[in-house]
Design a protein around this ligand. Structure first.
Ligand SMILES: [Zn+2]
Length: 261
């Protein structure tokens, strides 16, 4: 870990704290601000109290480190509720950019599909510096993806790995249809075990939206299984309670992100 040269600081040295501690004004409060710290603060978050600051801003290290994985998940759920209600937090993105330029302290890493209709940060109402985001067709995990997640959690201190599938996923349909296309063929092969793992009594084709979505759900679990078996680092962090690995599905039709936690 020590050989990694980055602007992230899992261990929280005083030197690492300096950049965020010096950040001032609205540039350094948080998406998860109200979830940080005491139980009382969490209750305030539950009430959506943010009238003191019209501009939500990036997480500080202290705010991020004070959060438990469960609190991070709770705040992501609230972010999706704001998205669905059309009441997303007001953000000064330039202020967030300035405040986070010297260091980042994201609370979660999201592994989701490249689908243009499923941008995780928007769906969860997160801003600059709040979440790491890994996007790949069909939200699969391979070694490079796992390396990215290990960086996010073990080196940079993220508390939650959220694997997000979605309805009407083209990659899932492609796997069901056994599409052959250049490098995509190999990616779809990673999804195919999810088809076999899906118990479904009706028509098992890509024309059946319910079956496609059932496979997408199986695929989220398959990805989580791959993370646990393929990354001893993530599995160990999860066993220690330092992170949670959680599945979810985004419904394109109603905007709901359903969490398996
Ligand atoms: Zn997709």
């Amino acid at each position: 870990m020590k050989s990694i040269d980055c602007d992230c600081h899992a261990s929280g040295t005083s030197a690492a704290l300096a950049p965020s501690a010096s950040a001032k004004g609205k540039g350094r409060r948080a998406w998860l601000r109200a979830g940080a710290g005491s139980g009382a603060a969490v209750v305030m978050a539950g009430l959506g109290l943010r009238t003191d600051d019209a501009h939500a801003a990036s997480l500080t290290q202290a705010q991020r480190d004070a959060l438990t994985p469960d609190q991070v998940i709770a705040q992501m759920k609230k972010g999706n509720e704001r998205f669905r209600a059309g009441k997303m937090q007001s953000r000064d993105l330039l202020a967030q950019k300035r405040a986070s330029a010297s260091g980042q302290f994201p609370a979660a890493v999201i592994l989701s599909c490249i689908d243009s209709r499923a941008p995780a940060e928007i769906l969860l109402d997160a801003g600059i510096g709040d979440t790491f985001n890994a996007r790949i067709a069909g939200n699969i995990a391979n070694k490079d993806l796992m390396g990215s997640l290990e960086f996010a959690c073990a080196a940079a201190g993220a508390k939650v790995v959220l694997v997000m599938g979605h309805t009407a996923c083209g990659a899932i349909k492609g796997a069901i249809d056994n599409v052959q296309l250049g490098n995509l063929t190999g990616l779809l092969d990673v999804i195919k075990p999810a088809i076999a793992a899906t118990t479904y009594a009706g028509e098992r084709t890509s024309k059946n939206a319910a079956f496609v979505d059932a496979v997408a759900k199986s695929n989220v679990q398959l990805t989580i299984d791959t993370l646990r078996s393929g990354s001893p680092i993530l599995a160990d962090l999860e066993k220690k309670g330092q992170i949670r690995i959680v599945g979810s599905m985004y419904d394109l039709s109603n905007g709901v992100v359903s969490f398996d936690a």
